[in-house]
Design a protein around this ligand. Structure first.
Ligand code: PXL
Length: 449
């Protein structure tokens, strides 16, 4: 079964918003994407340089072409530049009713107007009444409701006023209001609910487009409206958090974060197993296993937390003169090593894998001879306020070690222990195979293996 969703929107040559964001979002959510382009923008991460709207009749041709042969389960609109374009779209949906999500785009993230005030009036009276969901931000909701929104109470009133125009569900996005939490107001058939989340750091170019596209995709997949909205919110938080800089200006959201993460799960388990069988084949490794035993971990790309790092639930134990893992790798079973690789990725390093081994001066000396970049932190210097926070010690230590290295990418990081804490060396790498390569190099340098 192929689910299909249609986006009617503008092209962003910078690839971050508009049609481009919508297609990425549809694909990430496993929905086939159809596109009706309303305008082409010459745009980058800094500015919109020029806008070329397509003739209204050409919007009609595109709509008819996809409807005639392919069909779709839901649709969304984004940038619509002129009133005649809105007219053509409204007429089409009157004749061919489908679930319709409207993102009432007014201004581009980087400034310019993507519509006209006249067109916005037509949108209000011809398109909004036939919409299933409308997703204005605070500024757009202020224009549509006709008064300025300063707080959540105003946002609720605005949602009610916009619903009066005839739209079933209104989501007033709270991102542009101040505060360290973001509250979206969802008004549906006379009922108000609030979607509250932390404010995530990250790029926002294309956030509105991806959010409404995610709602559209979930509706195409048959989810009830409220669930589609809730899931879209989770999706967009992820896409903002894992945005990556591509130009001088605003970072585009990354709707593919979820997709990459899902597709890597299986590969990570097999990479860990392959590396583990290499470790189990090494001699003289048992003496490098610390009291707390070792683990070998690898994280998914764009990890959200400990649940996205795989390791060995039984850890790695000494066995004869070598080592053995008495379990299969699983996600969410490592804490210490997982926290280390999560922090290293937060700092921007391509380090997703690690193993911990017993500290000795001889091993550190060997790493120096090899020319490894060595990070160090002293657990005795850990500030009292960090000690009080569960799970904060290792991230603090990692940041200290990187500071001590002047921001360089480390091969290993070690600490000398503290009361009741064993000293430890972490060998770091892109993946488990690189970690085992480094371990073998160290073993060779100390004359073992
Ligand atoms: O995010 C609104 C938006 C919609 N459509 C296009 C855009 C933007 C924002 O920049 O460029 C084409």
């Amino acid at each position: 079964m192929v689910f299909k969703a249609l986006t009617i929107a503008g092209s962003d040559s910078g690839g971050g918003a508009g049609i481009q964001a919508d297609l990425k979002t549809f694909n990430a959510l496993k929905v086939y994407g159809l596109t009706v382009i309303t305008a082409v923008t010459a745009q980058n991460t800094v500015e919109v340089r020029s806008i070329y709207p397509l003739p209204a009749e050409f919007i009609r041709y595109q709509l008819e072409a996809v409807a005639y042969d392919i069909g779709f389960d839901s649709a969304k609109t984004g940038m619509i530049y002129g009133e005649d374009q809105i007219d053509a779209i409204a007429r089409f949906f009157h004749e061919n009713p489908k679930p319709l999500v409207i993102d009432p785009v007014y201004k581009a993230t980087v400034g310019a107007d993507l519509t006209t005030s006249k067109a916005y009036e037509v949108l209000k009276h011809k398109l909004i009444p036939i919409a299933t969901v409308i997703t204005p931000n605070i500024d757009e909701a202020s224009i549509l409701a006709g008064f300025k929104i300063d707080d959540i109470d105003d946002a609720v009133k605005a949602a009610e006023a916009i619903a009066e125009l005839g739209c079933e569900t209104v989501v007033v996005k709270g991102g542009h209001l101040k505060g360290d939490r973001v509250v979206d107001v969802v008004y549906r058939r006379g009922r108000v609910r609030f979607l509250e989340s932390i404010r995530v750091e990250g790029g926002t170019h294309g956030a509105g487009c991806s959010f409404s596209a995610a709602i559209t995709a979930y509706i195409a997949r048959g989810l009830p409206i409220d669930e589609a909205i809730d899931r879209a919110k989770e999706f967009i938080i992820d896409a903002i958090r894992f945005s990556e800089s591509i130009g001088r200006g605003v970072k585009p959201v990354n709707p593919l974060a979820t997709l990459y993460r899902d597709s890597e799960r299986f590969r990570i388990v097999s990479m860990l197993e392959e590396a583990m069988s290499r470790l189990e084949g090494l001699k003289n490794l048992s003496k490098l296993i610390p009291e707390v035993r070792s683990n070998l971990v690898m994280s998914l790309p764009y990890p959200r937390g400990l649940e996205d790092v795989a390791g060995y639930p039984s850890r790695i134990a000494p066995y004869r003169d070598g080592v053995k893992a008495f379990s299969k790798p699983e996600f969410g079973v490592s804490k210490h090593l997982a926290r280390a690789v999560l922090e290293l990725q937060k700092l921007g390093f391509d380090i997703r894998s690690a193993i911990n081994i017993r500290y000795s001066e001889e091993l550190i000396e060997a790493c120096r001879r090899i020319g490894f970049k060595i990070g160090f932190y002293d657990r005795r210097e850990e500030p009292e306020d960090i000690k009080k926070i569960e799970g904060a010690t290792i991230p603090w230590g990692i940041r200290r070690a990187i500071e001590n290295l002047g921001g360089c990418k480390p091969d290993i990081i070690y600490h000398m222990g503290d009361w009741g804490k064993e000293p430890m060396i972490l060998i770091l790498g892109r993946d488990p195979s690189e970690v085992v390569d480094k371990l073998e190099t160290i073993l060779k340098a100390i004359g073992d293996n």
